[in-house]
Every structure is written in C-alpha cells, then in structure tokens.
Design a protein around this ligand. Sequence first.
Ligand SMILES: *[C@@H]1O[C@H](CO)[C@@H](O)[C@H](O)[C@H]1NC(C)=O
Ligand SMILES: *[C@@H]1O[C@H](CO)[C@@H](O)[C@H](O)[C@H]1NC(C)=O
Length: 327
Amino acid sequence: MVMSCIELVQVASVVALAGISLAQVPPEHSRLFPDGLGVLDSRPGAGLNSMQGVSFEATQWEFGTVPQVCYNAAVDDGYCDVYDLEVYNITYDDCAVPWTFCRCSDSPMSIEAFAERVGWLPVAARQYARFFSSYRGNASAFSLGNDITFFGRIVGPSVYIHELSHNLDTLYAPPDSLTSFSRTDEYVDAVAADSCSPDNYAMTSYAEHYAQTSVMIAYDATVEPIDNVRNTRCMRNAFNAAREHLASIWQFDEVGRCTSRLSEDDSPPVCMGPEAPCPEDLIRIAFSPPGVVPERMQFPPELMDEELERKRRAEREAGMGRYAEKA
Ligand SMILES: *[C@@H]1O[C@H](CO)[C@@H](O)[C@H](O)[C@H]1NC(C)=O
Ligand SMILES: *[C@@H]1O[C@H](CO)[C@@H](O)[C@H](O)[C@H]1NC(C)=O
C-alpha cells in the first residue's frame, strides 16, 4: 500500500522535475575520507565529540496520546507498537518552546543520551528540526520533512549534523523555489569544478554530498580548521559554496536563543488507540488510510521524491551505518 503511494508520488515528480538537473555527482571524484566522516567524531583532542551542548529538562507525556507523526511511524511504518511509544517534551535552556521526542521503549538509545546529543546541535540550526524519534534497528537515520528519525544506538555527532543539514539544505533553497540548495546550478557547478568529494556516501546524491560537506564545515566551525585533518583544496568550490551560509549557523553561541522554531501544529496529539486513555477532545483514533498521505503531511513533489528516497535508503541499506557505528 505504501509502495503504491510512493510510486505515484515519483511519477508526479518526474514531470515537475523537467528542467532540474538530475546529474550524478561526478563518479571520477576521489574521496577525501575513504572510511567516512565518522573519523571526525573522535579525533585526538576529541573531535566533534567535544562539541558543547546546552542542558535540558525532560517531561514525559502521560500515556495515551502521541503526536500524529509518531503515530504514523509506529502504525504505518511499523517502527514500534504504538502503545510502546514514549513521548517527551525536551526543553533546552536556549529555547522556551520544547522539542517533542518520540522513543520506542525498545530503542537502545536512552532518552537522556538522545536529547543530550541533539542539545549539541547549535540552536541556530536545531530550531529547523521538529520531531526527533528513536527506534530500534540497524544504525541509520533519515530526515523527512524536517522530522529526524534515528534507528539503533547513534552517538556520533556527525550523524546528527548530517541529518539536520538536510533541513538546512531546504532552508537555504533559493527564494521562491521548491527545490533545495544542493540541487541548484550553483552547487552542482561547484561540485563539477572540484576533483574530490567528502566520502562514498556523498557520492550517492547532491543532497548527501551537501550534508557530508556540511559535517566538514561544522567541524571547521566548532573544532579546528578542517585542513588540519585533510587538505580540502580538491573540493574547495563545493566547500565554499556551502560554507557561505553554513559556517555561522554551526558555530556554538553561548547566548544563542531560538528565533524561528518550526511549528508542530500540523502534527497534533492523537490517541494511541482504543486501549489508551485519552482526553475527550482528542482525535479518538488516529486515522491513516492506507496509501493516502494526509494533505498536511505532503511536501512539494520536487522535495518529496528526494525526501522519500532518503527515507527508503535509510531503511533499506542503513547507508550511514558504517560510520554511525564507529562513532
Ligand atoms: C509539552 O509542551 C507543550 C507545548 O509547549 C505543552 O502544551 C504541553 O503541556 C507539554 N506537555 C507536558 C507533559 O509537559
Ligand atoms: C539489520 O541488517 C541485517 C543485515 O542487512 C538484516 O538482516 C536485519 O534484518 C536488519 N535488522 C533490522 C532490525 O532491520
């Protein structure tokens, strides 16, 4: 059921995408980090693991209701028995509005460790993520429509930065466009002018290339010059194109506060199901007919195919697992 929905979306996208380059990242590029970017997490002197974070308070929701997106992940995607979902408000010191976290009770990631890692993401960037979720599974992650989902025990900051970078990729799309920055001629041409790319994962699409480049920029902005690790001259065009908007957002700012949190209003609390106690005024049972994406969950087709591809890849291949596990 879900598949047929995805296929439909893809057909629609092909039409909408006419005129947008679907070229591959040049396959002849050498890889600056043949073993992946996990090495940036724990370099001598700590690497990204030395990122500063903010403290937070966790308040668990009462059993019975869950955000719509988490209900769908449990019931439609089968990530968790819906009655085993734990939902938390995580209120970081740098933002009055809490983030909502969903965790399946069998996730190997504790809510404390999970929220701590997310708190390492500078608020200037973190505010462009909505729900964070954690389920059991092979180490992998994806970002779909600004909601970030992790499988397995993922502690490497590079994975958190990578996923949030997909959101920033959309944020920095040219005004009035429905695409993402990594698919603009500016970025594609910059990559074409380079002779290397970050790593194998970056070769799979421009979106992943941008997200991996962003991890390098975050390292450069928060730990030490990235050129202390690898000489980035062979990818300076892509690096500089992305750094123009990413360098400042990755810098830890001790007095930084959230300024434009994304709204969670289109994912209201819904009842887990008939066996859960729910307040009278809540939607009694979440309604998710097979094969139909509720309108409020839809994204422009130009983004949708890329987002879905990202999700499928995470589920299918655990593409990031290798470097997530190293972290
Ligand atoms: C969680 O945060 C929302 C939004 O601020 C608030 O309305 C709700 O009461 C909070 N729930 C708990 C259990 O703290
Ligand atoms: C993890 O990966 C292995 C090997 O690809 C696969 O057999 C297994 O089903 C996966 N486990 C989960 C929970 O997805």
